[in-house]
Design a protein around this ligand. Sequence first.
Ligand code: PMP
Length: 286
Amino acid sequence: MQYHVDGDLVPESEATVNVADRGFRYGDAAFETLRAYGGDVFRWDAHADRLDATCETLGIDHGLSRSDLRARVDETLAANDLDDAYVRLSVTRGAQQGKLTPRPVEDPTVVVMVKPLPRGGVDGADVWDGPAGVDTVETRRIPDAAIPASAKTHNYLNGILARRELSETADEALVCDVDGFVAEGATSNVFFVDDGTLHTPSLDGPVLPGITRDVVLDLADDRGIPVETGFYEPEQVRRADEVFCTNTTWEVRPVARVDGEAFPAPGPVTADLADAFDDVVEREHY
Ligand code: PMP
């Protein structure tokens, strides 16, 4: 693979950053995981908006235009001859010596990494190893008052600690906020269906505003599926009829188990929404 580092395409093995880079030293960086379908980035504007919001939260004034960032992504996809791919775009505050207190950004580090990822969805390849097993974990989501969950930063220690708690048959964590309400997965948003209503934790809690979450909520609306967002206890998820997770890589991923409870995976509403998501991808990209 060829990666894009600070404006140049370089072989993956030569794609390195300075050890003084603040993204490396402190997690002082913003990033987006993107998906390319048919050579084109899915919902670029939404991802670019979220990257802007993260940079705004962190005060990373990188000075690069949206079209410049997009061009780097497109060049990386083209250089690797990739149509269907996973893309990671990072912007760090750059290499700065010395102090924790950040100085104005002079030379941000911009990295684009890609790998092939076949189109998922109902008729495509599984982009996950089957339905998810989920464990409720003790690790709590960092409160918004400490690090706003809406910022997608390089600091994923919260999710790493959550994942370290998982039993052997689980691959996603149900992470609660400090008050015990369900927030999200380590790298996904969580949904459940109860008596025909689709529920997902409110963005008023410490929840990343997932791009896939947004698409799924719109699709549910279009299909007349009642939607509620709120604050839920893990027990409400365990008692639900269906559970699924969403993220850019997984799209809509059914959940087969939460703690001791088994679920149909996919249940009918999950299957319907996964189909509808696939239709959006088909319509927008192929
Ligand atoms: N929550 C967290 C903590 C995540 O890391 C992700 C993955 N970016 C998501 C939710 C899902 O977001 P998206 O649908 O934009 O990938």
